[in-house]
Design a protein around this ligand. Structure first.
Ligand code: DC
Length: 235
């Protein structure tokens, strides 16, 4: 059976990466966290104190960035490498979270990231999550899943996660940041977040991880068994 490309899109803090990772593991596919790439670019721009309005300076930084994912056997997951440096932890910081939507809306940043994401999909057998995977990066992906959940429930989940590293941040601040990211992600001119017409929607507000995985796996199996021949942009 031909390996699939599985695109998972949806709002911030919807559990996309949890589902994508578990789906990849169940199918023995490679998991690619496209948001981590935008986060790594943002981290590098902040670290270099680049003015986020200075498009030339941003392009300069992009010209010198090499992004890669590497499997870390100790962590039993792949980590984001920025010019060979493991930045997995640093890119999850609050500072990066606050700036990343602004950076991800820049056309040159998207062009850079999308080209790399398409290259990573050349071997197929991947699960990639993000905001524009099923609409722009792989519009012909065989499986497209769009995830959503109640914003208040999403904020609570994210706030709980942040307790370990940023106990000073309130639930209200987390919810505000999340809604602002949703607003920027859905309203930007280039590749806004939207549901692909042929995406399977999962609202996980009241689902357990096991239940959402089961739903997704059932959907994938259904596609695998009735797989129509579809052209893909990368083969
Ligand atoms: O999934 P995440 O929260 O780690 O994504 C970080 C940011 O990157 C988010 O604000 C939206 C942006 N993003 C994007 O624009 N396109 C993608 N394919 C993935 C993420």
């Amino acid at each position: 059976m031909r390996p699939l490309i599985i695109a998972i899109d949806g709002y911030s803090s919807c559990g996309k990466s949890t589902l994508a990772r578990q789906l990849a593991s169940a199918l023995q596919y490679r998991y690619i966290d496209s948001g981590a790439m935008y986060r790594a670019i943002t981290y590098e721009l902040l670290r270099r104190k680049v003015d986020l309005h200075d498009r030339d300076a941003i392009q300069q930084v992009l010209n010198n960035i090499h992004l890669d994912f590497q499997y870390d056997p100790a962590k039993q997951r792949s980590v984001m490498l920025l010019n060979g440096e493991d930045v997995e932890l640093a890119i999850r910081s609050w500072e990066v979270s606050e700036a990343v939507s602004q950076v991800a809306a820049l056309p040159e940043v998207r062009e850079f990231a999308v080209a790399q994401q398409r290259r990573m999909g050349e071997q197929r057998a991947i699960v990639m999550d993000g905001r524009d995977i099923g609409t722009v990066v792989f519009p012909d992906a065989e499986v497209k899943i769009f995830m959503t959940a109640d914003p208040h429930i999403r904020a609570q989940r994210r706030w709980k996660e942040l307790q370990a590293t940023h106990p000073e941040i309130s639930l209200a601040e987390v919810e505000k940041n999340l809604l602002e990211r949703d607003r920027i992600d859905t309203q930007r001119t280039v590749s806004p977040l939207r549901k692909a017409a042929d995406a399977f929607v999962i609202d996980n507000s009241h689902l357990t991880e096991a239940q959402q995985l089961q739903l997704a796996l059932d959907y994938v199996r259904q596609i695998q068994h009735n797989q129509p021949i579809r052209k893909t942009t990368i083969s």
